[in-house]
Write a protein that binds this ligand. Structure first.
Ligand code: AMP
Length: 176
């Protein structure tokens, strides 16, 4: 297959209306993940966009950020660091709480995960309002890490998450 274009990749993202609750159109990326050529293509494109950043760690956000971040770490010659939902990490943690559409969520990272000054990228599957990625980036900074870029497979432009993340360098592969 020749190099895929944007539209071809976007065709593998499926809209699920009213999931997980009424009014939300969920972007289901599982058709894209299960297609070997498309999955490889999106990872290659991400690696191309990141390979010159000279980073030490890829910080992945639970849960769907974990699909891409270890592969990117492997390909970039970096280490992988998980940011997880509260109560999952076994060692001492730094934590941050942030507002969701309804209620609050808390993310954690191991206290000793990042050496001061280390350059990292933060990875998640999708940028919606930007609250989750902002919280993860702030956790990295609490430990003294330097956020070189925040990376997403999908960006929902109409939610303007980039504005919330305006102090960071943002990369998304496909936009809706
Ligand atoms: P936000 O903090 O609003 O940017 O939300 C981002 C997080 O929620 C990501 O981890 C996404 O996986 C998930 N998310 C939010 N909205 C959607 C959506 N419409 N489709 C799929 N995932 C979403």
């Amino acid at each position: 297959m020749n190099k895929l274009n944007d539209k071809e990749v976007k065709n593998f993202v499926r809209d699920i209306p009213d999931f997980p609750k009424k009014g939300i159109v969920f972007k289901d990326i599982t058709p894209l993940l299960k297609h070997p050529v498309v999955f490889r293509h999106i990872l290659d494109e991400m690696v191309n966009a990141l390979k010159d950043l000279n980073i030490r760690y890829v910080v992945g956000i639970e849960s769907r950020g974990f699909i891409f971040s270890p592969v990117l770490a492997y390909r970039l010659g970096a280490g992988f660091i998980p940011v997880r939902k509260k109560g999952k990490l076994p060692y001492q943690t730094e934590e941050i709480s942030y507002q969701l559409e309804y209620g609050e969520a808390t993310l954690e990272i191991h206290k000793d995960a990042i050496e001061s000054g280390a350059r990292v990228i933060v990875v998640d599957d999708l940028l919606a309002t930007g609250g989750t990625a902002l919280a993860a980036a702030e956790l990295v900074e609490k430990l003294g890490g330097q956020v070189a870029r925040i990376v997403f497979l999908v960006e929902l432009l109409f939610l303007k998450g980039r504005e919330k993340l305006s102090k960071y360098d943002i990369f998304s592969l496909i936009q809706f």
